[in-house]
Design a protein around this ligand. Structure first.
Ligand code: NAD
Length: 433
């Protein structure tokens, strides 16, 4: 049994910590947010992630998983220290590494014997090397530490399944000792025949950005083709479906709509552009994907504008606030961008999301939060479906029509059947047809 210190208990740190505990390790989770640690000690998970609360409780009760704000003691007890703190956009496209470097500074004095320091956060190429240098400068006499990069590919909303059954595990390390410890940690997955890619630190760091940016490119490509479909009378749903049947292309991430959001794709694409720039090359395709994505919210709002003959004084119901279904994460959510544009055009906004209401309430935005989809639509001039939660796919369309003051629907995720909506008397628009 290995003792692991997991620094950061957000979507990635807590899921990774709970899953590694479930593998039979002892995991001590640390966070600077004392309230978060208190919640966790009381068996409550501070954000919405399916199945996570059960996994946390089970491993907490089995005393494999614990929570503390006391970083020094957690570091002293562990043989592997994972860093899973945020690396947000620092405002100019570059990743903000201040949280990560603060952790490295804070853990260094408490390292003793031999330990592996693993970066789980998504970090620009070269960060591992800087961490190595910092440790070299700050390590107490007699202590030894190796650096490893172990980027995470889980998706919010299916994070446990993604961690437990990943397509691959990536380990960047440079010494046999570090490689062995990391391989051993992921042994339960190796036994399930999960491919484990063991490589250098820079390569591991780049795999994460290259993967996320590729998926973003795929989405923007589908959106670009959707724009074309609208002009030439083609249907993106059929185009994308037929494209996806080609195994070389694959059907995933070809859905046209309001574009990508969330805490990863927007910042990771921007960061990759900056990484390339710093390295003296130009990530042109990624830049184009970012440009295409940036326009999506405005295109959606323009559709509402056209169907209503103007937005000033109108009320719009937004269904879905989270950046995607099955999470309460609203970072870079399309709904927030649409909300800002609607307000700028003088429209009032009513909104509902199955789980993200509290998060949005804490942002104190100028909108009315409602207790159901039907309540949000009551008396509104139009409904915009922004997050494709299952419960919105199965709304009673007659009731929807009765609730709305005008039967106008902008389907930002291409969820409803256009013919049926028109048949029912809706003025309906979606993307790419
Ligand atoms: P998050 O914002 O949900 O969590 C970060 C946590 O770190 C917070 O609880 C914060 O209080 C804590 N923290 C900050 N500074 C700290 C410190 N000095 N000591 C201890 N704790 C500290 O972030 P996240 O979504 O879990 O993302 C973490 C990293 O993983 C990012 O680099 C992100 O890009 C990457 N990632 C995220 C996802 C995802 O879906 N969210 C997927 C893959 C990779």
């Amino acid at each position: 049994m290995v003792t692991i210190c997991m620094v950061g208990t957000g979507y990635v740190g807590l899921v990774t910590g709970a899953c590694l505990a479930d593998f039979g390790n002892r995991v001590i989770c640390v966070d600077v947010d004392a309230q978060r640690i208190e919640m966790l000690k009381n068996g409550r998970v501070p954000f919405f992630e399916p199945l996570l609360e059960d996994l946390v409780q089970r491993n907490y009760e089995a005393q494999r998983l614990s929570f503390t704000a006391d970083l020094p003691s957690a570091v002293r007890e562990a043989s592997i220290v994972f860093i899973a703190v945020g690396t947000p956009d620092r405002g100019d496209g570059h990743a903000d590494l201040s949280y990560l470097f603060k952790v490295v500074e804070d853990i260094s004095p408490h390292l003793s014997g031999y330990k592996v320091v693993v970066t789980k956060s998504t970090v620009p190429v070269g960060t591992g090397r800087r961490v190595q240098q910092m440790l070299h400068d700050l390590l107490p006499a007699g202590a030894e530490a190796d650096v490893a990069s172990n980027p995470e590919f889980l998706r919010e909303g299916s994070a446990i399944e993604d961690f437990m059954r990943p397509n691959r595990v990536v380990i960047g390390a440079e010494t046999d000792r570090a490689r062995e410890q990391m391989r051993e940690l992921y042994r339960p997955l190796y036994l399930l025949e999960t491919p484990i890619v063991v490589t250098g630190i820079e390569t591991a760091e780049l795999i994460k950005y290259a993967s996320n940016a590729f998926l973003a490119v795929k989405i923007s490509y589908a959106n670009e083709i959707a724009n074309l479909c609208e002009r030439v009378g083609a249907d993106i749903k059929v185009v994308a479906k037929a494209m996806g049947l080609d195994h070389r292309i694959g059907s995933k991430f070809l859905h046209a709509g309001v574009g990508y959001g969330g805490s990863c794709f927007p910042k990771d694409t921007e960061a990759l552009i900056k990484i390339a720039e710093t390295a003296g090359t130009d990530a042109r395709i990624v830049r184009a994907a970012v440009d295409v994505n940036r326009e999506r919210a405005a295109i959606a709002v323009d559709k509402a504008h056209k169907l209503l003959g103007g937005l000033s004084g109108k009320t719009i119901a937004l269904l879905g606030l989270a950046f995607k279904p099955n999470t309460d994460d609203v970072r870079e959510a399309a709904a927030l961008k649409i909300h800002a544009l609607l307000r700028r055009h003088g429209a009032a906004v009513r909104a509902f999301d199955p789980v993200a209401m509290e998060r949005v309430r804490s942002l104190a935005l100028d909108l009315t939060l409602c207790s159901s989809a039907y309540e949000a639509m009551q008396g509104a001039d139009a409904m915009m479906l922004v997050t494709e939660w299952n419960e919105f796919r199965t709304l009673d369309l007659q009731r929807m029509r009765q609730a709305l003051r005008q039967p106008v629907v902008i389907d930002c995720r291409n969820v409803y059947d256009r013919e049926r909506m028109v048949e029912l008397g809706f003025r309906y628009d979606a993307f790419g047809a």
